[in-house]
Write a protein that binds this ligand. Structure first.
Ligand code: NDP
Ligand code: GDR
Length: 321
């Protein structure tokens, strides 16, 4: 049985990746950090099938121990401080987790005395103020937040360990991907949940920031498949994972409200200046040609399909609570 160690297993992507790897017959180990509250909601249905190991990206020795316990063939480094606005409030912590945490995980992989393949969760936020449209693996980076800057470090240290130590290390440059398991603070989930609550009469309005920002949004379930595919190739490489379509936050709102039969959606939106960012990423659109041609990867869920599945899931959840 192949063995995998997933950092960030309690997050959105970690939960989908763990399901995917279990279905493929992997022994799945997940790194979990201590908390005074329970953080395993997204993987509770898998809890008897995965092995959780205590550890923290900030603690080098805990990562080395996790490697020794799991003895993985593949490491998926998904753990990070992943919310962009928080990165302005806590830039140092974001750098420690999201940038230096990658080096700590790579060091733990480097000292292992068996072959390990490594995946780093890089981000379209590295493109920031985009230098080219659409963005490819060769588009220069211009990050616009401490989070984006930290991810650029994580990307380059992954490339550097590949070149310095001949590690099988890949950087997946993933564009925004969403699901009903997305954190409540991210725009698509915030909108889907609010629309469901408005439909059910539990909420009157949605407070949002920039409605004009455009993102290339896909479904998380499709994107974790690409992570695995990257580690099954003959040689390690970096890939853009995206749909190749871009939509505004306003379009997301419009479709979400339409799903519940509300056309006058703008009447429910309140623009809150506190939600605007010090520096915005206005437009992202990825070119997934390399992933399609080399990995054979393609997304299966469309933009409208994604909006609908998220609103439907939140409607079902809100109707019960
Ligand atoms: P989430 O925010 O849902 O999950 C983050 C995970 O990291 C959680 O399991 C969290 O644990 C864990 N974590 C945070 N800090 C530490 C730490 N110091 N030590 C150990 N674990 C830690 O993120 P996603 O699942 O959405 O994203 C996964 C990765 O992909 C992240 O690196 C993100 O930056 C990146 N990414 C995400 C994209 C997206 O659209 N979703 C796009 C591109 C990149 P806990 O539950 O304890 O908080
Ligand atoms: P992003 O995702 O910053 O792209 O990072 P988010 O959903 O937070 O923002 C997308 C866009 O929506 C605009 N926006 C709002 N955003 C939030 N969160 N809340 C609001 O009320 C709101 N109103 C408008 C934002 O300004 C922005 O333009 C996500 C994260 O998962 C990162 O970890 C990942 O690397 C990138 O996607 C790719």
């Amino acid at each position: 049985m192949p063995r995998a160690l997933v950092t960030g297993i309690t997050g959105q992507d970690g939960s989908y990746l763990a399901e995917f790897l279990l279905d493929k017959g992997y022994d799945v180990y997940g790194l979990i950090r201590r908390s005074s509250v329970v953080t395993d909601q997204r993987i509770r249905h898998l809890i008897d099938r995965v092995e959780l190991i205590d550890g923290d990206l900030l603690d080098q020795l805990s990562l080395i121990k996790a490697m020794r316990t799991a003895r993985p063939d593949e490491v998926y480094n998904l753990a990070a401080q992943s919310f962009v606005p928080t990165s302005w409030g806590q830039p140092v912590l974001t750098g420690e987790f999201t940038a230096l945490g990658v080096t700590k995980m790579l060091e733990a992989v480097r000292v292992a005395d068996w072959p390990v393949r490594f995946y780093q969760a890089s981000s379209s936020e590295m493109f920031g103020k985009v230098q080219e449209v659409p963005q490819t693996e060769n588009t220069p980076f211009y990050p616009r937040s401490p989070y984006g800057v930290a991810k650029v470090y994580g990307h380059w240290i992954t490339v550097n360990y590949r070149e310095s130590y001949n590690l099988y290390a890949c950087s997946g440059i993933l564009f925004n991907h969403e699901s009903p398991r997305r954190g409540l603070e991210f725009a698509p989930r915030k909108i889907a949940r609010a629309v469901a609550r408005i439909k059910l009469g539990k909420q009157m309005e949605i407070r949002l920031g920039n409605l004009d920002a455009r993102r290339d949004w896909g479904f998380a379930g499709d994107y974790v498949r690409a992570m695995w595919m990257m580690l099954q190739q003959d040689a390690p490489d970096d890939y853009v994972i995206a749909t190749g379509e871009t939509h505004s936050v306003a379009e997301f709102c419009e479709l979400a409200f339409r799903r519940v039969g509300i056309d006058n959606w703008r009447d429910y939106i309140v623009i809150d200046p506190a939600l605007l960012r010090p520096a915005e990423v206005d437009l992202l659109i990825g070119d997934p040609t390399k992933a399609r041609e080399k990995l054979g990867w393609q997304p299966e869920v469309s933009f409208e399909g994604l909006v609908n599945l998220m609103v439907d899931a939140d409607l079902a959840m809100e109707a019960q609570s």
